[in-house]
Design a protein around this ligand. Sequence first.
Ligand code: ACM
Ligand code: ZN
Length: 660
Amino acid sequence: MLRIFVVIMKKLIILLLLAGAVIPAAAATGGPESLLPAPAQVIYGNGTTPYKTPEVIVGSRTFSKATTSLPSFAQEEAYRLTISNKGIRIEANTEAGAFYAQKSLDQMRRSGDTLACCTVFDYPRFAYRGVMLDISRHFRDKAFIFKQIDAMSEVRLNRLHLHLTDDAGWRIEIKAFPRLTNYAAWRQGKTWKQWRSTGRRYADEHDSDAYGGYLTQDDAREIVAYAAARHITVIPEIEMPGHSAEVLAAYPELRCMTTDKSGSRHSSDLCPGSEDTFKFLEKVLLEIMDIFPSKYIHIGGDEASKRNWPDCKLCQERMKQEGLNSPEELQSYLIARIERFLNSHGRSLLGWDEILEGGLAPNATVMSWRGTEGGIKAATMGHNVVMTPGNWCYLDKYQDAQFKEPEAIGGYLPLEKVYEYDPCDGIPTEAQGHVLGVQGNLWHEYIPTPDHTEYMLWPRALAIAEIGWTQPENKDWPAFHGRALRQADYLTAAGYHPFNLREEYGERKASLAPVPHMAVGKPVQYNLPWHQNYPAAGEATFTDGQMGSWSYGDGRWQGFLSDVDVTIDLGSVQSIHYVGATFMQQPGPEIFLPKNVEIFVSKDGKTFDKVGEVWNEIPIADRSVFYTLFGTSIKADGRYVRYHAVRSNAWLFVDEIVVN
Ligand code: ACM
Ligand code: ZN
């Protein structure tokens, strides 16, 4: 009933706006259409009213009754905000609901001189609406984290996942293991890139060139309290068994001991065969649980190389004793044992989706990052999941045209694409109750400064907030875009450094419509194969008339770890005036322009004449992002066109070979 009324009112307002009526009044009135995230239900009243301090009622029988049909997590965060010329009233079941109502009222107040009389009845779609900050690759201090908590609380984000440990630095004081913070928290190399390219060396805290830092336990407790006061739960992540090079640097005895004389090969993995590893992890986790009261403790679990495990005496003994048949099962043994430890202390285990491999620990919750498959599988098995798939939720990707952006990890994730994501996409209806929610992940390999963190986080985290809170039928991209502009302006005025949405360039124009040319639909023979991970449209890729987007992973760019060498068959002898193809360069994922390309033409497919050559004129040392055309005018008659691009380094990516 309410919803029908809301729809009718929306239509009425649009009609009035179209008729040119009430525009001056609307511009000056702070109404519920300014709310981000968009609310569940709105009933418009008559007229407007000035702001007054609201009457706040928490825990009344009437409001409790009004929310009984909602899931319990939604009851806890629900609120009703009634604005009329008699006054302003907030009703909620909990302090969290009342807090959100006040935030909504503040947003409306900021968007106009007076408030529209209305009733907002609001509750979240998901219980878990998160942001992850990686403070290992580049450390961020307590004051900075407070600042992001403030911005999160404006839009009802309620989980802050701190990636506290990784190869590039350990960031939380553990009293039992002082070398984690007087050594593993410091490195040579201010940026992650410098550190990686100069031998990944750690440093003593007091070395003059040491870069790094860590949260003391007091800092972390203050962060927990600051967040809790804003109804945000802080979830700590301690990586295991992979991504632990900094731990191994400080405590080398936790490394695998391989049986060959060379010692262990380079690896960031803890040894799951050694009891010392479990003693270490349990002591660390005891201190972590003492600091962080969250139900969930995130144990990482991603990307362990498992490289040394087959040759490690202790790992092999463990596998024999426990009847484990693969490195995956050995990892799973570690995760399940850590889960028992956490459960015995009243906590629950959360881990990246690799924890599904080798058998999922019985009570574990899965954070699905490599795609949605892990989340789908775990939810179908009856496990809870948090959806953070890379294609929509990895906020370390470029948010705009790469040529105008600071270096990022690669890929293209503009605000609109984040917004398009639905955490229940692909999850069978009967398993959707296991989807706890959604999280935006901000990895920091390419984010050296705090201002840059804010630039990558905002406004895209606003889209995460709306995906997590707003019912799908109330999502509306054009309206959201307007609200995001307003919220980003607010953040800018408050001293944040968000990406400027007003200067968004948008998608690569060439990719928006098919490009007609002479070779479209013609067969292509591959003299060298494409790389299996980046097949794009296979043999049709270069002659399908489709240019790629900014993103190498979009299914239009074909990837090669070799030269590109193909022959196109035009079907009959033609006059050819031009041959060219665009290559991309993205140094983050090691994609580079070719050294040069050579173009050959043949009438019979046997004898080829070289008719053109193009050299890369961009200096090899220039590690910017490029989309560069390697094409040339020619004058030749032929049926076959051979295009040969000579690789300079790592990957080549190309989307279409245009022949005219
Ligand atoms: C991850 O991105 N390795 C979880
Ligand atoms: Zn081992």
